[in-house]
Write a protein that binds this ligand. Structure first.
Ligand code: G3P
Ligand code: MG
Length: 246
């Protein structure tokens, strides 16, 4: 039976500001199997962890990540929007995150946020950092941008690549394979038993986002999904490891 792995979505993002070190620390302390985080690129080509292309929602800045150097972005407050006790939290680089992460035995999903702005060479910057920190074999790269998946596949054909989608498409696993992906990450509403079986027949892990409710966790676990992305890893772990399955 497949053990459904629990990835903290943007870290433990229900308890701390998403994609920041406090959220990642909480995920680690909760015992999450993995972390999912989103990657954008600064003006000076530094990969940083942020969900939106725009700074407005999760920092006290304005405008686009791509228009600032990391030195400029570092000064922003990336925590107060969530709660005042996080006011000294700043945007983290992928490199600083990997420095912390490399000593933890967790899995990693780096979601390249290049479906709105297709950052030039993002794949190569991310790849080089994963190599430097010895995290290639531990990481699944994902993107909604199918061209980016194909580009990544050309850099290294042995890496784990996930096509990410919220769209109902005929024969998704075949499409994913065609663009060079060997994993599939889907929105919860697309989940059905048949799709999981189709993936597994191809040896293609399937993971589901964003799974926050016990009834959804139950469906993912029962249909033998390989992983879920959840804002509440502590609850998902309790649900998986403590609630007896019938
Ligand atoms: O990687 C899964 C999930 O994070 C994709 O959607 O918008 O939460 O980044 P989003
Ligand atoms: Mg994401």
């Amino acid at each position: 039976m497949v053990k459904t792995l629990i990835y903290a979505h943007r870290g433990a993002s229900k308890l701390a500001p998403e994609n920041t070190m406090p959220a990642f620390e909480l995920a680690y302390n909760a015992g999450a199997d993995g972390i999912e985080t989103d990657v954008q690129l600064t003006k000076d080509q530094v990969p940083v962890l942020l969900h939106d292309e725009n700074l407005r929602r999760t920092t006290n800045g304005t405008g686009f990540v791509q228009d600032y150097t990391y030195k400029e972005l570092k000064k922003l407050d990336a925590g107060s929007w969530f709660a005042s006790k996080f006011s000294d939290t700043s945007i983290v680089t992928l490199e600083a995150f990997l420095r912390w992460f490399q000593t933890k035995s967790m899995k990693l999903n780096l979601e390249l946020k290049n479906n709105v702005i297709d950052y030039k060479d993002l794949e190569k910057h991310v790849y080089d950092l994963l190599v430097s920190y010895g995290q290639l074999s531990n990481t699944v790269i994902s993107s909604f941008n199918s061209e980016s998946i194909t580009r990544f596949k050309r850099i290294d054909s042995s890496i784990q690549l996930a096509f990410l989608t919220s769209q109902k498409t005929r024969n998704l696993p075949a499409y994913a394979e065609k663009i060079g992906a060997n994993n599939l990450h889907i929105k919860y509403r697309l989940l059905n038993k048949r799709l999981v079986k189709q993936c597994h027949r191809r040896d293609m892990p399937i993971r589901i986002y964003t799974v926050n409710r016990p009834i959804q966790m139950r469906k993912c676990m029962r249909t033998a999904c390989d992983g879920i992305f959840t804002d509440v890893p502590h609850l998902a772990l309790e649900y998986r490891d403590v609630v007896p399955s019938d």
